[in-house]
Write a protein that binds this ligand. Structure first.
Ligand SMILES: Cc1cc2nc3c(=O)[nH]c(=O)nc-3n(C[C@H](O)[C@H](O)[C@H](O)COP(=O)(O)O)c2cc1C
Length: 160
């Protein structure tokens, strides 16, 4: 199974997570800034990740290069999503970028895998929650970094 992880990052945490995921799952990690639609298409499992900025916005490189995702043919492709966020300082828009990516890939007909339970997180609102579950893996490197290893491990075993 070929796996491609596409991420955006401002201060590096999401890049670090993307590289850790790629290493564990034997895939490659690519910054959305330098990805082409073919990179998103030519894999068996596509993993997309973004931190949330502003108040619930996608990371800026994702915003600037959203057309790369929009123009990729990912209909019926297996797609998993992850998001980094800060539940303490942004409890009303916790990991909202994950919800934005979710809506986009659903619109393009992808098959979303890797939903996770919201247990263990404390926040008020998140568009990343649908039907009581996060639409992907949510990591809080600002407040719960010590839980990241376990969260990644159980998510990967769910995906593979
Ligand atoms: C100005 C600013 C706004 C942020 N807004 C949000 C937010 O609305 N929701 C959230 O969950 N996290 C928010 N965060 C936290 C980041 O998403 C988090 O620190 C993330 O790990 C950063 O990832 P990066 O290092 O890959 O850029 C914000 C951080 C900053 C500095």
């Amino acid at each position: 199974m070929t796996v491609t992880v596409i991420y955006g990052t401002d201060s590096g945490s999401t890049k670090t997570i993307a590289s850790r995921l790629a290493k564990k799952i034997d895939g490659k990690a690519l910054d959305i800034k330098s990805a082409a639609p073919a990179d998103l298409e030519n894999c068996d499992l596509l993993i997309l990740g973004s931190p949330t900025y502003g108040e619930g916005d996608l990371q800026c490189d994702w915003e600037d290069h959203l057309q790369t995702l929009k123009s990729a043919n990912i209909a019926d492709k297996k797609v998993a999503l992850f998001g980094t966020g800060d539940q303490v300082n942004y409890p009303d828009s916790f990991a909202d970028a994950l919800g934005t990516l979710y809506d986009q890939v659903v619109e393009q007909g992808a098959v979303i895998v890797g939903f996770t339970a919201t247990d263990g997180y404390t926040y008020k609102k998140s568009t990343a929650v649908r039907d009581g579950k996060f639409v992907g893996l949510v990591l809080d490197q600002d407040n719960q970094a010590s839980m990241t290893n376990d969260r990644i491990a159980s998510w990967i075993s769910q995906l593979t």
